[in-house]
Design a protein around this ligand. Sequence first.
Ligand code: NAP
Length: 321
Amino acid sequence: MKAITYKKYGAPQVLKLRDVERPVPKEDEVLIRVRATAVTSRDWRLRAAAFPGVFWLLGRMHTGLFRPRRKILGSDLAGEIVAVGDRVTRFKPGDRVFGYSSFGAYAEYVTMPADGALAPMPANLSFEAAAAIPFGGLTALNFLRDRAGIRDGQNVLINGASGCVGTFAVQLAKHYGARVTGVCSAGNRHLVASLGADRVIDYETEDFAESGEVYDVIFDTVGTTKFAKCRRALAPTGMHLFLCFGVTELIQALWTARRDGPKAVCGIAQDNREDLATLGRLVASGAIKPFIDRRYTLAHTAEAHFYVEQRHKRGSVVVAV
Ligand SMILES: NC(=O)c1ccc[n+]([C@@H]2O[C@H](COP(=O)([O-])OP(=O)(O)OC[C@H]3O[C@@H](n4cnc5c(N)ncnc54)[C@H](OP(=O)(O)O)[C@@H]3O)[C@@H](O)[C@H]2O)c1
């Protein structure tokens, strides 16, 4: 089968289209014919071994100290089940699914545990649209619903509202009944408003932390805000969620967890099949929708990486396989 592989960390050019062995599903796995995948911010970080600060060593220990242990990147996927292991009852050949695999989705075929983050594809959705959902959707759902416990009537700010996680965060926050402010550049104002944001702030001309507005949740999906500065923009029970964090945010999270007043919260997003199914239902009902910025073919995955690595994409970048 065709796959995009990498044998060393580095620039997008390390990604090469090669012929590799098609994987064989174990007894509790399914084999999926991948029809679309996505290039996410996780993918370019894994490709470049660009793990921030103290996470450099942890990241390399996870992915391979000197060279990548897993040669095929790609986590978001949509496609069809073509074979199932002997113990699998949840899926059958022909099922259309979307999911989040740790690795391996930049390929024509991938195997996944049948009880992994895999769910039936919402009806009437293209493979490309379905592949644009898992990474951003799961992360936004995990942070807003599970970590922040977002509630009806809350005042929520999403920093990086035009990115992959941000576009889902704006829509999910609206779905849960919040009043939403999105922060992005002027060029993305219309996009963020169209996703349902009640107010949009251009970060080049206005500093939201200085405006006097108070938020129940500040969700920073970019890593450009500081807890010390944003405290004054948080309600006494408010939460400042960090997707990108270092030692400072970790210490602030530990410190504020034990005290009254606004909390700093950081962590790694979780993925599971229930949350994916929840996202599938929300998309099917029209409550949220994936936003696709650009489309590439598998042979042009390196170009997609180059674009995504600029960190100014809008929503998701998908790859037809
Ligand atoms: N902790 C976790 O478990 C976890 C999970 C998922 C992602 N992450 C991390 O979270 C980050 C975001 O992921 P993503 O996939 O959403 O990234 P992304 O799609 O690449 O985000 C790009 C967006 O960031 C916006 N942006 C850039 N500079 C900004 C600024 N100064 N202020 C506000 N917005 C700005 C851009 O908007 P403009 O073009 O308008 O500037 C662009 O739309 C990545 O670093 C990723 O590694 C962490």
